[in-house]
Design a protein around this ligand. Structure first.
Ligand code: ADP
Length: 462
């Protein structure tokens, strides 16, 4: 149904229906009980106090053989009693009553008494059965019937059961209205936070990633709001990272491209000639660009979890020697010697190509940050179910407050030195992704001026 399309209307309907059923059944049950109690009370009063009056009236009929002139007897007989009586003759015609208010009472064909009252509150009819006394003539025919009722008030008013019904009805109505108001308040209480969340989601959809909602509306909805805020914060962060990444990539590509363009343009203009050295320099810039693009691609694949890792058992010694051999030339240029220290028996489960890439990146950094001739060591050991591999240098070191950030993309501690060594700040983020892809961890320890130790773990084979 359309009117129950919203959460709020459904809640209102639910609570109102529930309240109506509960209050309704309580009202019905208590009305029944009250009516029963009142009838019981009436009969008790009757049985105890009234019999004398109808007997006297019956005797009058038997003495006179007619109801004519019975009214004073009725008045006399009921003067002291707590009951009223109504007398009908054998033809069900009204004969007399102790109370003028009962003058319109009628005897129904099935022997019930129908009392009609008119009051300011309206007309009411009440059907009463028994107690009554049947008066018979000498031949045993029914000569009349005398109804006994609790003493009625002289002024018209609603009978007790009627006023009870009315007060129950009013209570029911009041409670229902109160229930509906409560239901509306509860529904509002629940639906407002949901509406707020919806509005926030819409704003986010239209690009406002700074939007947050206040956790409210009970534990579950507050948790939902907190989840929403966390999601919004993550999206905001991702968007910020994406923006920074695009601008960082553009920045990294611009420098080598500008160099290449300037060289080529000056050659075109005949300002410089394409000597082998210039061509070699152009080649180097191009290689740098290619390297950067490769790094970016590796990083993108790793971050998307799509890097293929072909893990095979391999000794750490073999990996270390391969990486050291690849770095040999660069190390010699800086008068740095490379040492491998560790057992030949440590076998890890790793993708050899990727593991060598990890070590190469760490070695390249270590060699680049050696200020004086010295040595860079690759050391490894077994530790539980993993191997810990360390690349140790005695270079510049890294300030303690920078260490947490060096694994971020494009982050460089010393930008000018890093550029001079061709680094774009992608080496360590790639290391971190590759190590994670193997199920390992990586961390750095460093003392400025004394050197750095980069450690990572790989799972042992078998
Ligand atoms: P880059 O390509 O610039 O080397 P990395 O991600 O590999 O980028 O490293 C990030 C930064 O961490 C470097 O710019 C450098 O400042 C610092 N760093 C990395 N390794 C070392 C090291 N062994 N000694 C000193 N600083 C280092």
């Amino acid at each position: 149904m359309r009117i129950f399309a919203t959460l709020r209307s459904r809640l209102i309907a639910m609570v109102a229906a529930l309240l109506a059923v509960i209050i309704g059944s309580v009202a019905i049950i208590s009305t029944r009980v009250a009516h029963y109690e009142i009838r019981k009370f009436d009969l008790e009063v009757h049985a105890g106090r009234a019999p004398r009056a109808p007997v006297a009236i019956g005797q009058y009929y038997r003495a006179h053989g007619s109801w004519a002139g019975v009214q004073p007897v009725i008045d006399q007989a009921t003067r002291s009693g707590e009951s009223d009586v109504i007398v009908f003759d054998g033809q069900r015609k009204f004969v007399g009553t102790s109370n003028a208010i009962l003058r319109d009472a009628q005897l129904t064909p099935d022997g019930g008494l129908l009392i009609e009252r008119r009051s300011a509150a309206g007309r009411t009819r009440e059907l009463i059965r028994g107690p009554q006394m049947i008066v018979r003539d000498d031949k045993g025919n029914i000569a009349g019937s005398i109804f006994i009722l609790p003493r009625q008030s002289k002024t018209p008013e609603l009978p007790p059961t009627r006023s009870l019904d009315r007060s129950f009805f009013l209570t029911f109505l009041g409670a229902t209205i109160f229930g509906v108001l409560m239901a509306m308040a509860i529904a509002r209480w629940i639906s407002v936070p949901v509406e707020r969340l919806t509005a926030a989601a819409r704003r986010m959809e239209s690009g406002d990633l700074a939007v947050r909602v206040e956790p409210a509306g009970g534990a579950e909805l507050a948790e939902l709001a907190r989840g929403f805020n966390a999601m919004a914060a993550a999206l905001d962060r991702n968007e910020e990272q994406r923006r920074r990444m695009v601008s960082d990539v553009a920045h990294e590509l611009r420098a080598p491209l500008t160099n290449i363009r300037c060289e080529l343009e000056s050659m075109q203009d005949g300002l410089t000639s394409p000597t082998p050295e210039r061509i070699a320099s152009l080649h180097e810039e191009t290689m740098h660009l290619a390297h950067l693009v490769d790094d970016l691609q590796d990083l993108a694949l790793a971050e998307a979890g799509r890097l293929e890792i072909d893990a095979q058992p391999v000794t750490v010694a073999a990996l270390a020697r391969r990486a050291a051999a690849g770095m040999e030339m660069r190390a010699r240029e800086r008068s740095v010697t490379l040492h491998c220290e560790g057992s030949d028996d440590v076998i890890v489960l790793a993708d050899a190509h990727r593991a060598v890439q990890i070590l190469t990146n760490l070695l390249a950094n270590a060699v680049a940050h050696m200020e004086k001739p010295g040595e860079v060591r690759i050391a490894w050991e077994q530790n539980g179910s993993e191997a810990i591999i360390r690349v140790i240098d005695s270079g510049t070191g890294i300030p303690a407050d920078e260490i947490p950030r060096i694994f971020e993309r494009f982050y460089r501690v010393d930008v000018s030195r890093s550029r001079a060594t061709g680094g774009a700040g992608l080496g360590l983020p790639i290391v971190r992704q590759l190590v994670a892809a193997h199920g390992g961890r990586v961390w750095a320890e460093s003392v400025v001026g004394a050197g750095s130790v980069f450690s990572f773990t790989l799972p042992l084979a078998g």
